[in-house]
Every structure is written in C-alpha cells, then in structure tokens.
Design a protein around this ligand. Structure first.
Ligand code: AHR
Length: 615
C-alpha cells in the first residue's frame, strides 16, 4: 500500500472557471463511421463506384441455369452526378432459375424483428420483357428468404422506385445478404440502389439509432465537422466540396475519402447539421483551407479565392436566413431554420504544412470571414507548431495522440501555459494502445488528461476525443483506438467512452481551490463545483498498481453527507471491452458517507472514481 496522500479542497474558493462547452464530439468519415456506420444506408456501394476490381462488393446471382452478365454503362444514369449505371444483361432466366445481383451489405445486414426497412432504386428498361424485380433478404447460412418485395419496372426513361422489406418475429442477426433478381431474359439498368434501416427520430436519410443513443449519452456540447483529414483529402482535388454533398442524394456524386474508400456523401453537410440538432449540440464548422495531405497547397491570392468563397457560402448555408442565397437553398433542402453557430475552424492540422503557407492562407480566410461575419470566433489549426502561433486566431486547435504513460506525462502541460494568447480547442486527442477500441490503460490515460483539461478550462474551452467510431468487422478499420465499436448489428463502448461520459456528466462550473501532497506519481484528480446545486464533483484517477490512501481536508463542507460514487476499474491496463464481451468494464455505482471535514478514503489501484459530494 502506498503512503497516504493529503488532498485539501476548499469549495468556497473558486480557482478558475470551467468552460460549459468543454466536452464534445469530433467526427469524420474514417473506419466506416458513416457509410457502413452511422448513416442508415445498408447497401454497400449503392452507386456502383468502380475500383480496380470492379464494383465491390456487388456480385451476380445465377440461380439454377440462369445466364447473366453485368457491366458499367457510362452512357446512362439517372442524373448528371450519377451519369453511369449497372447494366444487367440476362440471356436465360425463368422462375426457379433467377438472375440478378447480390450485395452483402457492410459485413452483413443487421436485421431486427418486426422492423420495416425502406428501399428505393433508380431503374431504366427498354421494354417490359424482363418482368418484375424481386428483392429478397436471404439468410447466409440457410438460404431462407427472410423478407421479400417485388417491383415492376416500367419501360422508358429512368424512374425512381420504392420498396419495403418487413421482418416478422425473427431472431436478430447480421449474417444475411440481399438479392435483386428477375425471372425472364432482358436488359435492365440500375443506379442508387438503397435500403435504409430505421433512423434516429425517424429522420429521412438519417442516422442509425443505436449509435446516436451512444453519442447522446455522452452529454456532448458540440460536434466538430466534417474532419479531420476528411476535410482535406489526399490531393487538392479531393477537398470536402460541400456543395456536392447537399440536395437529393441522386445529385451527390460522392468523393474519395482520405481513408481509402469511396464516400457516397449520403451523410452530407445538411445531415451533419441535423445530427447536431438531434443531439442538441452546436456544430464547430471546419472550412477547407487549401491544404492537401500529400503536402501540396493552394497559393494565396486569386487561386485561393474560390475556396474562400466556398467557405463564405458554407457559413451562409449553415446559419444564413432564408433571404440569403444559400439559406434559401438549405430551406429547399428541407431545413428553413438556420442552425446555431459560434465557431468556424480554418483548415485541419495545418502545422503539417511545412511550406509555412498557413499563416497567409489563414489571413486570407480570416479577413473575408471577419468582414462578412464579425460575430463568429475563428479557430486556427497551427497550434501544434514548434514555433509560436502566428495566425493570431481567437482559438487554437491542438491535437494529441499518446500512449497511456505519455498521456499521463502530459497532464500538467497546460498548468503553466500562457493565458495571454488564444483560447485552446483540443480538437482531437486520445490515449492510444488498444485496438480497435481503447483498453483500460487508455481510459486511465484519458481520465488523467481530462483532470488537466478541467483544471485549465479557463484556457481550454473545448476538447474532443478522436476518432469516435469504428466498424470492427474485418476490413472496417483504418485507425486503431476508436471510442465506440460496432458491426452491422450491435454497438459496444470502450472503457474510454465510460471515462469521457462520466467526466462530461459531472462537469461543474468552476474549479475549487485545492492542493495535493504525498501522492503516487500516477495519481491525478479534478475538483470542480456546481455552486447552485451545492455539489462537489471529485474525479480521482489512480493509474498505479497500488491502492492510494487519501486524507481529504474539506473546507466549506461540514456535517455528514451521502456521496454518490461511480467507479471504473479493471485488473490490468490491457483489460478491455469488445463486440463479443461488451460489458467487461463498466461503471459501478455506490454511496459512501462523508462525516465532517476530514475524510479518509482509499482509491483502489487501477481505478477511476467520480464522486458527487453535496455541501
Ligand atoms: O483522427 C484521425 C486523424 O488524426 C484525423 O483525421 C487527423 O486530423 C489526425 O491526424
């Protein structure tokens, strides 16, 4: 047992304010966060985007002695954005010998009982000889058809068709695939073949319910969007061109995501904003600033001007009223009310631009944004530079990805930081060692770091863990250590998720005056108060393998009180949750009586405790 440490806290003395917006979310298309994740679409590659190996994962269905071939027809499609289509040429088919296409979904289809799945597709046929299209959801192991629908395609120009798949009293499963088949010879062209699962708050073109519920339970205050590297792209032509992500989905061409797969942009700018609305959080809008991940940049001056204009238009789309050009466009897209906005971020991780062009690029954006929208605060992204921030923004975005021990060594980083420069947004951070999701050592590193965020929250106004989501199916992940894991059917949360949620839901409005002595080097704490509710939120983190006895001297708290204790504990740094063991590590609630102003309490080894003590 380690020696007893002394922790003194005076709840009547405020050391510094805590930012009410301290904890939020950061998001981007990575690890199939949207396509194959949050976005409710179930069909993978619904727009038949071609790769070197065809249009994966689509394949042909050839039941019995059916004969069918497929090809991409670049001469016809339902829109300018989707000007190509899948041509299906069926030369032999009959009832029992059906031909068509099959799609395995994003590593399966997570079917639930008594659920309606809404489907649609665009089709074109020269004549009616091919007969109706049958859409079947089929169990992979048994071949049993779980649910089925039939649609007759009218000969003539491209048309949109809708279908429904309804499940009965089935056992939930993901091991299913989808088939689109015909039972007669003929030729058929298909595009934008969609099947949506039920969405959070029934939003059309919306988000998967279970993942939204996981995020809501974190009590976030903002959503930083759309990236991350997703804002920038690998080359200059891959930038997040937001205007191509709005309006009817048939008018969205999609684009290359920097994480190695095609993005449909079904979850586009308006859907990001509606996601914010549904979680009751504000967007932190990152606008593209002319830098690509391959190290190239757009020259300042006239070359950069179109991107500056795109940013001005984007802000108008988000927050302009309907008398403005882009506010009216947003209304046409289904959302007349402007969205709340306070912060605009210029670029992402521009400290990586070794040419040093960011200062001038930032200045060109900042001048135009300030002139048109003086009400918004601007965030610069050169915060991790070795040299002092030159952009003079309102807020500087700093990113940290560290091992558990390195993260613990960073806990006091901001204690002596200058308060004369910009405020800090820790726009991406995570303790990283677990894969695909953080282990308990990571959660300890995260909790330790958050004690520093809270203590310095007069300076650090916002912080967001990254990345947020990972599809844990084989092939789904590009970046190990992500907060929330999921597959086609279920979600699970990591120990770090619990640490984040516990800290965010016991934030407090101010840091109480405090000091500690005699503690082990891996002991960390935060003491914040909520004066109007007369409660002390005490966060105690013991990352040591030995218990940490404490003698707490509490000023401003007298008499006996019952404190609520929420504990997170595991036996090792490596212990973790997973899709097959989702609850191995979870918060445990208890209560404890604190009598008087001196309180002896032991924080067990490898533990995070969040204690609410009334006063
Ligand atoms: O969070 C993963 C990546 O890390 C982000 O896309 C990028 O901003 C950072 O380098």
């Amino acid at each position: 047992m380690a020696q007893s440490a002394k922790l003194s806290i005076d709840v009547t003395q405020i050391a510094s304010p805590v930012s009410p917006t301290l904890y939020g979310l950061m998001t981007e298309e990575i690890n199939h966060s949207y396509d194959g994740g949050l976005y409710a679409e179930l069909i993978q590659n619904r727009t038949f985007h071609s790769e070197w190996n065809g249009e994966p994962p689509w394949d042909l269905v050839r039941h019995g002695n059916a004969i069918v071939s497929r090809s991409i027809d670049k001469s016809t499609g339902p829109s300018t954005a989707l000007s190509h289509s899948m041509k299906l040429s069926v030369t032999a088919a009959s009832p029992g010998n059906e031909a068509g296409l099959t799609n395995p979904g994003y590593w399966g289809y997570g079917l639930r009982p008594n659920t309606t799945y809404l489907g649609s597709f665009y089709a074109h046929a020269e004549n009616s000889e091919i007969g109706p299209i049958t859409i079947s959801m089929v169990n992979n192991a048994t071949g049993t058809v779980i649910t089925q629908a039939q649609i007759t395609v009218q000969p003539g120009p491209w048309q949109r068709y809708e279908y429904k798949l309804q499940t009965g009293a089935i056992t939930p499963s993901i091991a299913n695939h989808l088939e689109f088949t015909v039972a007669h010879p003929g030729t058929l062209w298909l595009q934008l073949v969609s099947l949506m699962q039920p969405t959070f708050q029934n939003r059309p073109n919306g988000n998967r319910i279970d993942l939204m519920e996981r995020m809501a339970a974190m009590h976030p205050k903002f959503l930083r969007l759309p990236g991350g590297n997703y804002l920038e792209g690998i080359t200059l032509k891959d930038w997040y061109d937001w205007k191509k992500t709005i309006g009817p989905v048939v008018n969205r061409p999609g684009h290359h995501s920097p994480w190695g797969y095609w993005s449909t942009d079904g979850l586009g700018l308006l859907e990001f904003l509606e996601w914010c609305e549904d979680l009751h959080v504000e967007p932190i809008l990152a606008v593209y600033a002319g830098y690509a991940l391959n190290g190239t940049h757009v020259a300042t001056g006239p070359d950069l001007e179109p991107y500056v204009q795109a940013a001005l238009d984007e802000v108008e789309y988000v927050a302009g009223d309907t008398s403005t050009k882009w506010g009216a466009e947003r209304a046409r897209n289904g959302h007349p009310a402007p969205f709340p906005l306070h912060y605009i971020e210029i670029g992402n991780e521009d400290y990586l631009d070794k040419s040093g062009s960011y200062t001038a690029r930032y200045a060109q954006f900042a001048e135009a944004l300030h002139k048109r929208y003086p009400q918004y605060k601007l965030i610069a992204t050169d915060g991790n530079s070795e040299y002092e921030t030159k952009a003079h923004p309102d807020v500087s975005d700093e990113h940290y990805y560290k091992s558990p021990n390195d993260m613990m060594d960073l806990v006091h980083h901001y204690d002596k930081a200058s308060r004369n420069g910009p405020k800090i947004f820790v726009g991406e951070w995570a303790t990283r060692s677990g894969s695909p999701t953080p282990n308990f050592g990571d959660a300890l590193g995260d909790a330790a770091f958050m004690t520093g965020l809270e203590r310095n929250s007069d300076l650090i106004i916002m912080a967001a863990y990254a990345p947020l989501l990972v599809n844990v199916s084989p092939g789904g992940m590009q970046w190990p250590t992500d907060l929330i894991g999921f597959d086609a059917g279920t979600t699970y949360v990591s120990p770090s998720y619990w640490a984040q949620s516990l800290f965010a839901s016991h934030l407090g409005t101010a840091t109480a005056s405090s000091s500690v002595s005699g503690e082990n080097p891996r002991f960390f704490y935060s003491a914040t108060v909520q004066p109007d509710e007369h409660v002390l939120h005490l966060k105690l983190v013991n990352a040591s393998t030995a218990d940490q006895p404490l003698t707490l001297q509490l000023s401003g708290i007298s008499g006996a009180h019952t404190a609520n204790v929420t504990s997170l504990h595991a036996a090792t740094f490596e212990a973790t949750n997973s899709i097959i063991d989702p609850d191995a590590i979870h918060p445990v609630e208890s209560s404890i009586t604190v009598a008087g102003s001196t309180w002896n309490h032991t924080v067990p080894a490898l533990s995070i405790e969040v204690i609410d003590l009334p006063f």
